[in-house]
Design a protein around this ligand. Sequence first.
Ligand SMILES: NC(=O)c1ccc[n+]([C@@H]2O[C@H](COP(=O)([O-])OP(=O)(O)OC[C@H]3O[C@@H](n4cnc5c(N)ncnc54)[C@H](OP(=O)(O)O)[C@@H]3O)[C@@H](O)[C@H]2O)c1
Length: 237
Amino acid sequence: MSVRKIALPSISFIVARSYPDYVIGCENQLPWHLKSDLKNFKELTQKKAVIMGRKTFDSIGRPLPNRKNIVLTRNTEGLPNTVEAVTNVEAAFFAADFFSILNDQKEFFVIGGDQIYKLFRKFCNRVYLTEVFAPDVVGDAYFDFEYDGRQWRTISETEYSKSEDDDYPFRITELERRMQNVRILDIDQFYTDISPKVDFLSEMQKEQFKKKLKSREVVQAEDDAPQTEMFASRECA
Ligand SMILES: NC(=O)c1ccc[n+]([C@@H]2O[C@H](COP(=O)([O-])OP(=O)(O)OC[C@H]3O[C@@H](n4cnc5c(N)ncnc54)[C@H](OP(=O)(O)O)[C@@H]3O)[C@@H](O)[C@H]2O)c1
C-alpha cells in the first residue's frame, strides 16, 4: 500500500568566510569587497527564497531584488512590508517552502549571518562556500563549520585571483551532503496545515497551488514511510 507524500524543497547555504579565521563579518558589514563573489551570489539566488537574520538584512539595507526575502526577527516592527518578517524557524520554513512550491523552485537559500547559519545548519544539503584568503581580517561574526569529507562531497572548486574587482584571492567550493536531509510530508496534511495561512489566495490560486503540490508527489511504500515528523532526516551534522 502507498501513501501520498510530497518532497519539500532542499536547503542550501551560501557564505563567504576568511581563511584561516572563518570571519564572515565585522560591525555588521562584510570585511571585504569581492565583486566577483557578489555576482556569483546574485546568479545563484535569483528567483529563489532567501532566509536571513535581521542584522544581515540591516547590513544589506534593502530587500534583494528578484528574490523572496524572508527575515528572521523577534520584533517585526520597523521592517518594510516588501520583506516577509518571521519570528521563528518554523515560520521561515513555511514561507520558503510555500514560495518555492508556488514558483517551481527545488531549493531555497539561507544567506546568514552567524546566528542564522547556526539555526539552519543541520538541515542544509548544499553549501556554496567562498573562502577568502585574508589572514589579516578581524571580525565579530563567524562561520566555523568544518566540512568533513566523509559527510560532504565536493562538486566544484573555482579559484579567483586578487584583482581590481576583488580585494583578496578567494575560492568558491560547492559542497553537497552525501546523505541528504529529505523532508517528506503527507500531501493532504501539508495542505490542511497551510490552508488557513494562505487565505489571501484566490480560489484559482489555491487550485494552482494544489496542482504544484501534486507535481512534487513522491510515492512511498507505507512500511518505508517516515513517521509524522517534519524532517525525515537520514543524517544531521
Ligand atoms: N560573509 C558572509 O557570507 C555573510 C553573510 C551574511 C551575513 N554576514 C555578516 O554576518 C553579520 C551578521 O550576523 P549576526 O549573527 O550578527 O546576525 P544575523 O544572524 O544576521 O541576525 C541575527 C538576528 O536574527 C534574529 N534572530 C536570531 N535568531 C532568531 C530566532 N530563533 N527567532 C527569531 N529571530 C531570530 C534576531 O533579530 P532581532 O534582533 O531583530 O530580534 C537577531 O538579532 C554581519 O557582519 C554580516 O555582514 C556575512
